[in-house]
Design a protein around this ligand. Structure first.
Ligand code: SAM
Length: 522
């Protein structure tokens, strides 16, 4: 019985979380491996991209006492399906409509039972509650597969009284199922941690139909609505609307103060019915809009848009804009522990929030990093503590250098000119090869397609390459060499380096594989 199993899972992780909170021998499991600091802008913002299992990340955040105002998660939905990303590669003879390679992004508990899914999410939800600040909220994005079970878990973890909304998000126009109604929505469960949550009431513009049905226009064509100045429940007090004191109608009370009425009278914003009953004229221009309701049919993912990264299951920016604007403030940290392509972090940054995003997939990490780099933000990339760059071998033959790890091999030229106290260095990228066709885990069609492209252009899969002079353990590249707007990759970089300083070079491919090498020039 799944419900019985779920009860046991909840019991188990309630106890384990309590024990974890008081444990004193915890060792931090992820550390910063890369740091991006744009220009002189060394803001104190806490922005982190974790390429790690979120369980370890949550534990680290709790033990380092980091508090988050908003968590949005879009975890796997227990669909048992595979999700593929469409990743563009850039052969030099192509200027647009770049060929796409389909690569597995993640599998959604394919071989696991629903009980395993519920076990994993319960453990993490208990920890997420602990990293939330007292004014924090969590939005959990799911669909029909397990949302009913996860609602039970959330009621237990956050308390039924802290449930705020069940949001229906229309994710597609229509779905044609021959034998059932088309399923075209996901569910987002919204909980607060405590009563005093951050809430910036979201509003939408009124539709033309709504305006025409519920508003009138004045002689200048400006829309206004007539509001009743009373509320429910009789109170024995009077108001003066210009012709002496008036009692409220039966069962009601005046809901506007006398001062407010005097001001509205002066501004000609009180109108009277033929029987003399007062109404307040409220102009559309003075209204913030229509309160957003819990069915969201206005942020359907675009089919084509510059925001699409090719990452499977990427969510639209507009959806995240609504959630982040409503439930966080400018000084808040917004976190997504199943971050995929980094949509929540990307929108959080655009809205001036700090962000944490986490995904254990290397291609998700590469896409999220590329997205955040496009915003010139300050951030750090965290990875598991003991994870080293794959062991790299380097073979120097005068200026020709070959560097390789288990997956990749690069051919480059390193040209060095000694000056009195500095060195002038030039690096020229010549070729990137995959040591084994199977290392990308592509199917045959995509493997053949990719290696045919690489035969013609061995640099077609490089996404970016980076150089850090004065490397000291954390990779802090001063030079980030990316493809330009026409997807052309600069293959040469020239720079000056102080003598005897360590230089580190990192090449990242479009699938998230990296090749790292560091050396000291004598
Ligand atoms: C539905 S996708 C998220 C898509 C994302 N909202 C976006 O806009 O791109 C779920 C993600 O969770 C990641 N994931 C699953 N289990 C995880 C775990 N234990 N730790 C970190 N990431 C995980 C998967 O790799 C996948 O990218």
């Amino acid at each position: 019985m799944l419900i019985e199993t779920l009860t046991n899972i909840i019991k188990k992780y309630r106890i384990e979380t309590e024990q974890f909170l008081i444990s004193e021998d915890y060792e931090i499991q992820n550390e910063p491996k890369e740091a991006y600091i744009s220009g002189d802008n060394d803001s104190n913002m806490l922005n982190r991209l974790y390429i790690a299992d979120n369980l370890t990340v949550l534990k680290d955040l709790i033990k380092t006492n980091i508090k988050i105002d908003l968590i949005y998660i879009d975890p796997p939905y227990n669909t048992k399906a595979d999700y593929h990303s469409k990743i563009a590669v850039y052969p030099k003879n192509c200027v647009r409509n770049f060929p796409k390679i389909e690569k597995l992004a993640y599998t959604d508990y394919k071989k696991n039972r629903t009980a395993d899914y519920l076990d994993a999410i319960t453990e993490r939800l208990f920890l997420m509650r602990e990293v939330l600040s007292d004014k924090g909220s969590i939005y959990v994005h799911l669909d029909w597969h397990v949302v009913h079970y996860v609602k039970i878990i959330l009621d237990e973890v956050f308390g039924k009284e802290n449930f705020v909304n069940e949001i229906i998000w229309q994710r597609t126009g229509s779905q044609n199922n021959a034998a059932s109604y088309g399923t075209n929505f996901d569910v987002i469960l919204f909980y607060k941690k405590c009563d005093d949550k951050i809430w910036n009431n979201p509003t939408n513009e009124y539709s033309k139909e709504h305006l025409n049905s519920y508003f009138k226009t004045d002689k200048d064509g400006k829309y206004y609505r007539l509001n009743n100045p009373t509320g429910k429940g009789y109170q024995n007090h009077t108001r003066d609307f210009g012709a002496g004191p008036v009692f409220p109608p039966d069962g009601r009370h005046w809901s506007v103060s006398q001062n407010e009425i005097d001001r509205l009278l002066k501004e000609n914003k009180i109108v009277f019915t033929s029987s003399g009953y007062p109404f307040i004229k409220k102009y559309l221009d003075d209204m913030s809009g229509k309160n957003v309701q819990s069915i969201w049919d206005d942020c359907i993912p675009p089919r084509k848009s510059s925001e699409l990264t090719g990452y499977a299951t990427q969510k639209p920016e507009k959806l995240l804009e609504r959630i982040i604007s409503a439930s966080s403030d400018e000084n808040s940290i917004v976190a997504d522990f199943y971050g995929g392509s980094g949509t929540a972090a990307f929108v959080a940054k655009k809205l001036g929030r700090s962000w944490i995003t986490c995904d254990f997939g290397s291609s998700a990490g590469a896409i999220a990093k590329k997205r955040m780099l496009s915003l010139f933000d300050n951030f750090q990339v965290y990875r598991p503590m003991h994870e080293n760059e794959l062991h790299t071998k380097a073979l120097y033959n005068d200026q020709a250098v070959e560097i390789e790890n288990d997956f990749l091999k690069a051919h480059l030229q390193i040209v060095q000119q000694n000056k009195s106290d500095t060195d002038q260095i030039k690096i020229i990228l010549e070729k990137l090869t995959y040591k084994d066709k199977s290392c990308l885990s592509l199917n045959k069609v995509n493997t053949d397609k990719l290696f045919e492209i690489l035969d013609n252009d061995p640099l077609a899969t490089i996404d970016l390459w980076e150089i850090n002079t004065g490397f000291g353990g954390v990779f802090k590249p001063q030079m980030i060499i990316k493809r330009d707007n026409n997807a052309k990759l600069p293959v040469e970089s020239e720079f000056v380096c102080e003598k005897n300083k360590r230089i580190a070079l990192k090449i990242t491919d479009v699938f998230g594989l990296t090749l790292f090498h560091d050396w000291v020039i004598e």
